[in-house]
Design a protein around this ligand. Structure first.
Ligand code: KIV
Length: 290
């Protein structure tokens, strides 16, 4: 699908799809070549996730990621996917300190990277941030359930909302985020029936990451989908291809061909005219004899 065929995905387009019961598609994306492919596939929502700290930068968590990291990657993704609804993920400590910090950093995603919205993690504790960013004219996506920036206090990367009391808090937080102005909410790793209850009560799109089929849309992490994150693949991630293996096999063949003198083949390099070459040799010889 070319750029001219695809219409820009806007918030009204997402709401229209939700109203019609058309499932929304969402993936994470971190750079230009990936974004280009995502655009061709017609994905609705693209998240430049702070998961890039792990998938791209090789950290053990998302915590060291900075706003500068995020803006740089969001700019590259925007160049690759001009039409997806682009969400910039607020990294750790870019919104926790104060409403003012949150608005300033959210504004960077919009002004410097051309994002359509930002995402931040948390429920009741971030309502004031959501209100402040929304008041600045910036659409906010909420994020409940497993929120990786608080993995330490959640007991690691594990299912959230397993008990009735924990699940009730997620349902309440979702309603509070919507009332504070969130335009969509991501539910990560909560039981399917909790996701269904949140979705049934919501007037905004609910997106599921590992939270079952009953949301308005689904999210997957690009590197999990294509075997590009070597450390582990979570249960919720379905592999749609093994690009990691394709690349690994290619690299091993390249090493072998260079060592055996198979690469480069004659059609991959350039020669020069005999007359010019002979003149060059003569010039060098003349210089050497001086
Ligand atoms: O950073 C990210 O990719 C995310 C997803 C895990 C939802 O926030």
């Amino acid at each position: 699908m070319s750029d001219s065929e695809r219409k820009k995905v806007t918030l009204p387009v997402l709401y229209e799809k939700m109203a019609q019961g058309t499932p929304l598609t969402m993936v994470t994306c971190y750079d230009y070549p990936m974004a280009y492919l995502v655009e061709q596939a017609g994905i609705d929502i693209v998240l430049v996730g702070d998961s890039l700290g792990m998938t791209i930068l090789g950290y053990d968590s998302t915590l060291p990621v900075t706003m500068d990291d995020m803006v740089r990657h969001a700019q590259a993704v925007r160049r690759g996917t001009p039409n997806a609804w682009l969400v910039g993920d607020m990294p750790f400590m870019s919104y926790q300190p104060s409403d003012e910090t949150a608005v300033r950093n959210a504004g960077r995603f919009m002004a410097e990277a051309g994002c359509d919205a930002i995402k931040l993690e948390g429920g009741a504790e971030v309502l004031s941030r959501v209100r402040a960013i929304t008041a600045a004219g910036i659409p906010v996506m909420g994020h409940l359930g497993l929120t990786p920036q608080s993995a330490a206090s959640l007991g690691g990367f594990r299912l959230q909302g397993k008990t009735a009391a924990q699940a009730k808090k997620i349902v309440d937080d979702a309603r509070a985020l919507e009332e504070a102005g969130c335009v969509a909410i991501l539910l990560e790793l909560v039981p399917d029936r909790v996701c269904r209850l949140v979705t049934e009560r919501a007037r905004i799109p609910i997106i599921s990451l590992g939270s079952g089929p009953d949301a308005h849309g689904q999210l997957l992490i690009f590197h999990d989908m294509f075997g590009l994150y070597p450390k582990f693949t979570p249960k919720m991630a379905k592999k749609y291809g093994d690009a990691g293996k394709v690349i690994q096999d290619g690299l091993e063949r390249y090493v072998q061909e260079v060592r055996e003198g198979v690469f480069p083949e004659p059609e991959r390099y350039f020669g020069m005219k005999d007359q010019e070459y002979e003149e060059l040799v003569r010039l060098l010889k003349e210089e050497d004899e001086r």
